[in-house]
Design a binder for this molecule. Sequence first.
Ligand SMILES: Nc1ncnc2c1ncn2[C@@H]1O[C@H](COP(=O)(O)OP(=O)(O)OP(=O)(O)O)[C@@H](O)[C@H]1O
Length: 271
Amino acid sequence: MASRQGSKSKKSNSSHPRAVNSPSSTTTSSSKHFLETSLEGLSSPASSSARSKPQYFYSESVPLDVERSKENVTVTVRFRPLSPREIRQGEEVAWYADGETIVRNEHNPLIAYAYDRVFGPTTTTRHVYDVAAQHVISGSMEGINGTIFAYGVTSSGKTHTMHGDQRSPGIIPLAVKDAFSIIQEVVNDLLNPAGQNLRIREDLQGTFVEGIKEEVVLSPAHALSLIAAGEDRWVDAVNAMKELLVWQWSTDMLDLQISIYSAAEVTQYLH
Ligand SMILES: Nc1ncnc2c1ncn2[C@@H]1O[C@H](COP(=O)(O)OP(=O)(O)OP(=O)(O)O)[C@@H](O)[C@H]1O
């Protein structure tokens, strides 16, 4: 993959076929529809020398932003810079990012491909993650299945983008970190102000909150007074910690458990 980030307008002669090959591409779980054209014989935009047969694609005015929000698969292209070795060997840039959605051929500007998002060689992995991947992680925390994968020719930058290193962590470590920060939860007992930051545990009977106060209620009035007391504390808790309150009734036992669960747990509970 060799590239440069251009500043040319994307309105002229751009088309919307999906390339058979691309620089390091990241596919995530939402996106827009592209018109497709057979590209047999076309070389990869990731290659650093222009080997492609001349192919001409003509402009179709697809409303990119409008369409993007409706789709579930997105294709993102990331160009890496030429390596020092490639520069020494006199390799040349063959494809470049023309704006934020177009990959254009350096030698024949009539050849262009449209993607959901195109990142030039100076873009950081953090930015790629924020724009193209983060929403998949946050979506998965809300119960929406998502997949992020990278493909591209050898040496196009897949490992760099997905794994990265200490200095520039890739999408995988960034996603793991994000996921854990999202599920970081605080469970507080609404019936007992001292019951803060309780631990969620699991035993043979199922999941339970360790140390949570349980009240046996024998009358509707008693139950409602407990709910009212819990609600007062809940308002503060929700504001402070964005938690969600779930009332669990166990009618056969005639007791009422009042627990606070994080939003993530509630999602799991409801499904
Ligand atoms: N965005 C980038 N900025 C700077 N260097 C990069 C970038 N992307 C890749 N590189 C460098 O380019 C080289 C090839 O990248 P990488 O190993 O990630 O490619 P790959 O697609 O995983 O290759 P392979 O399929 O052969 O495993 C590495 O030296 C990597 O550090």
